[in-house]
Design a protein around this ligand. Sequence first.
Ligand code: FEO
Length: 393
Amino acid sequence: MQAKEIKKDIYWVGVKDWNLREFHGYATPRGSTYNSYLIMDEKITLIDGVKNYMSSEMVARVKSVTDFSKISYLVVNHVEMDHSGNIPEIMKLAPQAVIITDNAGKMALEAHFDTTGWNYHIVTTGENISIGKHSLTFMTTPMLHWPDSMMTYVKEEKLLFSNDGFGQHLASEALFAHEYPLDLVINEAKSYYANILFPYGAQAEKALNTAGSLGLDIEMIAPSHGCIWSGKDEVNTILNLYAKWASGKNEGKAVVVYDSMWGATAKMAETIMAEFQDAGIPVTKHCLTIENVSEVMVDFLDAAYICIGNPTLNNQLFPRVAGFVTYMKGLAPRNKKALAFGSYGWKPGVVKQIQQIYEELGWQTVTPFECKYTPKDKVLIELRERVQELIKL
Ligand code: FEO
């Protein structure tokens, strides 16, 4: 369990959670990492903790460089338990360490743990602390994605410790993005944004603006999940993608999401997809029987048109469709045009529940489309016409 140097005197001391396949309903087929960092300087500084069940690995990596009794500061950028779970153990090993966090971070730590005897240095945006030959500048990023979220910048190395921001659920031997297929790292970063940060586009834009107004010159972004973005090209790539995703602008694509019991809603989904294709609009189709909600949400970032289809079960939304729309509503995508569709046996009307969610999200909609039992050719022609109405909105 050795630390790995990422810059002179700055070490990765995190852990890789190879077996993680689920994170609060978000499928993580490539596992995840909880990245912590150690800065060796006059005031030795640890940046963030890890999940409690992986604490021993992180502790061993820190001990491969220094003793906990020599640590002066523990920077807590974010208190969600994947980064704070082992902070009680860190504070037992390094009771002399002063916790650097913002007000929200202190309150969150006190709400999670017995913090008796812990000492704090509370920081605000723009505050600077010298730890020797390095200095730390702090930028609070509230609601990106918890009230207690902040980032830490090391001016001398042009290095930003961004915590959840710019992260990816990805376990690999690669520490740096260029050591892994870059398109896969970007896809995981996109999935991370879509499933964690989607509701907070305004906060992401504000953070990007604050970084600009603080004059942060960034050549390396070290997030707390996944690979490190290293060099101007990689840094600019991920910064530009975040600017695009945070803006809420899309690429005009279409997404069809559905589930089906006896094939009726599936047939409607295929017809809707065909109509988009005939109109020259790129479209993806997702069946919730086989796909996790988080895989579907990635395509929402690029979509202008959303069509969600439901097979009625006992006069209710089908459970997987209900689960999806609940998850999707929480992520609150903006600026969509939408159609609710579905099938029923003897009582219509359930798709109005999907329509209501569209309206709560402020999306433009067309009249929901329902079919009794199996859709015949005439019904499918009418459905195509409804899709044409949607495209014209
Ligand atoms: Fe990776 Fe919000 O914790």
